[in-house]
Design a protein around this ligand. Structure first.
Ligand SMILES: [Zn+2]
Length: 248
């Protein structure tokens, strides 16, 4: 199994969004990336980054920086693939910075938690910006609603980790060779937040969010997994970026 981390560029938010209520007034630039996995059962993409045009139009205050090389088609090309090679896209959740590349993958089947689909279509008023990119939801989209903990393919496990959003999933990769990899996506944004047990300022259910952080800690311990943090610039600098990859 080969695993690539696809760079989607970066955005800026206030520190208080990264560590709920703490550090207000400090803008922080953070990375956005997705996870491409070549597996015996097909080519899987977990999340798809953000769409530059959408962010420039709807959330320009997040100061997007994304080069043409940091789009999904360009990142796939770096790994030797084209968009039509991706058979399955899995959404951790439907926030704009996780679904922006879906428009380049119109034929893939798209696995999403059933409650997340409902929320994405009819969210709370305070969630509107988060769910502002609706390009995942077109008439011909092959959306596959799922629920509960779910094995996408052998060794690719989704775990329900709500709080940040209602239908948020985390990914645990358990290769036969060992060396488990855990992607908590937006349960916590950074290593610092994770270690301090702090969820993002943006959440729909903070009690569920606390429990989901504990769930990630339990999974990491049980499987001896390395955690890959989603929006942590310092950690991102230590990871392998496409076309470099992890082979497990
Ligand atoms: Zn999010």
């Amino acid at each position: 199994m080969k695993i690539w981390l696809l760079d989607s560029g970066s955005l800026v938010i206030d520190q208080a969004h990264i560590t709920w209520n703490l550090g207000c007034g400090n803008p922080v630039r953070f990375p956005v990336y997705s996870v491409l996995i070549e597996h015996d059962e097909g080519l899987f993409l977990f999340d798809s980054g953000y769409d530059l045009e959408h962010v420039q139009e709807v959330l320009p205050f997040e100061l997007p920086e994304q080069t043409p090389e940091q789009t999904i088609p360009a990142q796939l090309a770096l790994c030797g693939f084209q968009p039509s090679d991706v058979g399955t896209v899995v959404m951790s959740h439907l926030h704009f910075d996780h679904v922006g590349g879906n428009k380049h993958l119109p034929d893939a089947r798209v696995l999403i938690h059933a409650t997340e689909i409902a929320q994405g279509r009819n969210c709370e008023p305070f969630e509107r910006l988060g769910y502002s990119d609706h390009t995942w939801d077109h008439l011909d989209a092959n959306l596959v609603p799922i629920s509960g903990d779910f094995e996408v393919a052998k060794g690719l496990h989704l775990f329900e980790t709500p709080g940040h959003t209602v239908g948020h999933y985390s990914l645990l990769v358990t290769p036969q060779s060992g060396g488990a990899m855990l992607f908590p996506f937006d349960v916590t944004y950074t290593r610092d937040a994770y270690e301090r047990g702090l969820q993002p300022g943006f959440h729909v259910d903070p009690v569920a969010g606390v429990r989901s952080i504990q769930r990630i800690k339990d999974l990491a311990e049980t499987h001896g997994a390395e955690i890959f943090f989603t929006h942590d610039m310092e950690a991102w600098g230590t990871y392998r970026h496409a076309p470099d990859f992890y082979e497990v």
